[in-house]
Design a protein around this ligand. Structure first.
Ligand code: CUK
Ligand code: CUA
Ligand code: CA
Length: 639
């Protein structure tokens, strides 16, 4: 073991100073240090990987062996969600959401375009996206395998993925929002105990914009706000929004459904980063969900611009009396990043980012504040301890320990929450730091098996390192990111695997494989346009609109050929009548920019103008049969 994994007495952490006016210098130094660490010499000297032999974690599966966990990863600005088998780290699927995907024809088919959103001319409204946070629906404090959600920061959209077919089925664009960042589903209803599952998804906003943002109030700072948004988990409609002071960032929800919270790094409402780090403390802002929904019911809201969404007032000025307040501002040092809910349901933890600390907030005390029984909101803070430089995100093992990434130190630190509370309470002998582990390099998110559920089991965690530097064969200037797997089942953390991943995931969740029940063959009846039989295939014409109904059954399309006229608006409806698991067909039309797939018993359609006369061999792109290459249909476009 190298010395970096030796537990450090909390008292020795005094050398890690708060980053105050020297924040900039500190950040610069941090990055410089990370370059040094990346040099081969430094790697050999200090951060050699721990031997996999120190762990019993089964990361190298034998051929044919299956993983025991699913991981759902955000894809960053590839705009997708990814499915990994864990703990092997093998990528199983990319689920396109916000960005076209050539493999499946996402953004090509009419069905996917309807989910993504189109302009009046039928073209896609957006073709870029930036996914950061993936979370799944809950029941009784654990994932229930219905849905997962992921945000698009660029265009303020929330996508939902069905976890039976692992496809995106709805996308909602949030009004009054830019820089849509954190998301978290609620875990149960705050009022009705019978509703013990997710019915809302909360969405945080980093950027303040003028409300309404209509081009006439850009120079009026008093009109700039950021809001938190509540989306209905089932309909995906926006239920309400709440205007706040400062910005939102990430979100957490309590296990009793009563509270949601966001970390705020820009309570200063600064426009430039120097302004955003001028205050010593920002905040963790708590939302009283039941009260907000009551305010909406009582009509105490505004609307902005074209949006009909009710917006209630969560600003400090409007929420002075705790007994009626919708929001509670608990101060947290300095530009905090991340807020995470401990699996025992008691605490939310905010990391300081520009302060080397984590702040532990007691949810019972926040509720006392809302009842008027706690003098000051800050009295809900039960621990504030130094962890190291650049703390960002926290995961849990379900045994009272927290694991926090230290971006600038390139470490994961394991610390005990109860010991941290004792230390803050005056017991200076309380050893709250349990272990430290170097990671490679500059970690952002981490998450442990079942971490933010009542079933947190602390088997292993994955840490998303933003820089891989020297860990993989060089492939030119663009490096993969490095997802590292760490065994956390024992007292000491053990690094067991590196995985290169395509840029650039942020957050992810890891859960037991039996919590989802994927279906591998579609139901024909779920598609209104489906052909029930190959005999229904053929061409129908309505003026210049032509519908071509095609069936695929390996190794043939029916019909084998079809004819349209130049200038026709052609809609191809393709049903895959094969019922066999894993028997997917593709359908490409040369020169027409068409390619998409149909899975077993699935129907998809495309519409295009037949503007190029000639003969076009439509062919199957997805290898399906020994006669896959022969699987074609001839499209004739008459001049
Ligand atoms: S943010 Cu990426 S490392 Cu978007 Cu969750 Cu913290
Ligand atoms: Cu059908 Cu390849
Ligand atoms: Ca700040």
């Amino acid at each position: 073991m190298n010395d970096k994994t030796t537990p450090e007495a909390p008292l020795q952490l005094g050398r890690r100073r708060f980053i105050n006016s020297t924040a900039l210098a500190g950040l610069t130094l941090g990055v410089a240090a990370c370059s040094d660490k990346g040099s081969p010499a430094a790697a050999a000297a200090g951060s050699a990987p721990a031997a996999a032999g120190d762990s019993n974690l089964h990361v190298h599966l034998k051929p044919g062996e299956l993983d025991s966990y699913y991981g759902l990863w955000s894809g960053g600005h590839t705009g997708d969600m990814r499915v990994l088998g864990m703990p092997s780290g093998r990528e199983l699927l990319r689920i396109p959401c916000f960005v076209p995907d050539a493999l499946v024809g996402w953004g090509i088919t009419n069905e996917s375009k309807a989910v993504m959103g189109t302009k009046a001319d039928g073209s896609l409204r957006y073709t870029v996206g930036d996914t950061h946070h993936v979370h799944a629906s809950y029941k009784d404090g654990n994932y229930d395998g219905r849905y997962a959600w992921v945000n698009d920061k660029i265009n303020s959209r929330l996508a939902r993925v069905r976890l039976d077919y692992f496809v995106c089925d709805k996308i909602t664009e949030l009004p009054n929002v830019q820089g849509f960042h954190g998301i978290f589903p609620d875990k149960r209803d705050p009022v009705d105990p019978a509703i013990n599952y997710t019915t809302r998804v909360f969405c945080g906003t980093e950027f303040a914009i003028p409300l309404p943002n209509n081009g006439v109030n850009a120079d009026k700072p008093e009109t700039y706000h950021s809001v938190m948004t509540c989306v209905d988990a089932e309909t995906m409609d926006v239920r309400w929004q709440i205007v706040i002071d400062g910005n939102c960032d990430l979100l957490a929800t309590s296990f009793d459904g009563k509270l949601a919270a966001t970390n705020q790094y820009n309570t200063e409402m600064g426009v430039h980063y120097e302004d955003m780090m001028s205050a010593e403390r920002d905040a963790c802002l708590f939302y009283n969900i039941a009260r907000i929904e009551q305010a909406v019911k009582d009509g105490k809201f505004k609307t902005y611009g074209d949006s009909k969404v009710p917006v209630v007032d969560g600003t400090k000025a409007a929420n002075q009396d705790p007994k009626t307040a919708l929001t509670c501002y608990v101060s947290v040092p300095k530009n905090p990043h991340g807020v995470n809910a401990s699996p025992d349901g008691k605490y939310f933890i905010c990391s300081g980012k520009l302060s080397p600390t984590a702040t532990v907030i007691d949810l019972a005390k926040v509720l006392e504040w809302f009842d008027g029984k706690l003098d000051k909101a800050d009295a809900a803070i039960v621990a504030e301890v130094e962890l190291g430089l650049g703390p960002l995100h926290t995961a849990f093992d379900g045994r009272g320990n927290a694991f926090t990434t230290l971006f600038l130190d390139s470490q994961v630190v394991k610390w005990n929450i109860d010991a941290a509370i004792k230390f803050t309470g005056g017991d200076k002998n309380a050893q709250y730091v349990v272990d430290r582990l170097d990671v490679s390099y500059q970690p952002g998110h981490l998450n442990a098996t079942q971490s933010e559920t009542t079933a947190a089991n602390g088997q292993f965690l994955c840490v998303g390192c933003k820089f891989s530097k020297d860990r993989f064969l060089p492939v030119g200037p663009l490096h993969p990111e490095n997802e590292q797997i760490i065994d956390i089942s024992g007292e000491k953390m053990v690094l067991v695997a590196d995985h290169p991943v395509r840029g650039e995931p942020h957050d992810f969740i890891i859960f037991k494989r039996d919590l989802v029940h994927p279906k591998q063959v579609y139901q024909l009846d779920d598609f209104p346009l489906a052909l029930k039989d190959a005999k229904e295939a053929g061409v129908t014409r309505n003026g210049k609109k032509v519908t071509v109904r095609i069936a695929s059954q390996a190794p043939a399309f029916s019909p084998r050929e079809f004819t349209v006229k130049k200038g026709d608006e052609v809609t191809i409806i393709l049903t895959n009548l094969d019922k066999v698991e894993d028997l997917t067909h593709g359908f490409a039309i040369p020169k027409y920019n068409v390619n998409f797939i149909v899975n077993p018993q699935e129907t998809q359609s495309v519409t295009f103008i037949a503007d190029r006369p000639g003969v076009y061999w439509c062919y199957c792109t997805h290898f399906c049969h020994a006669l896959h290459l022969e699987m074609r249909s001839r499209m004739i476009v008459e001049a």
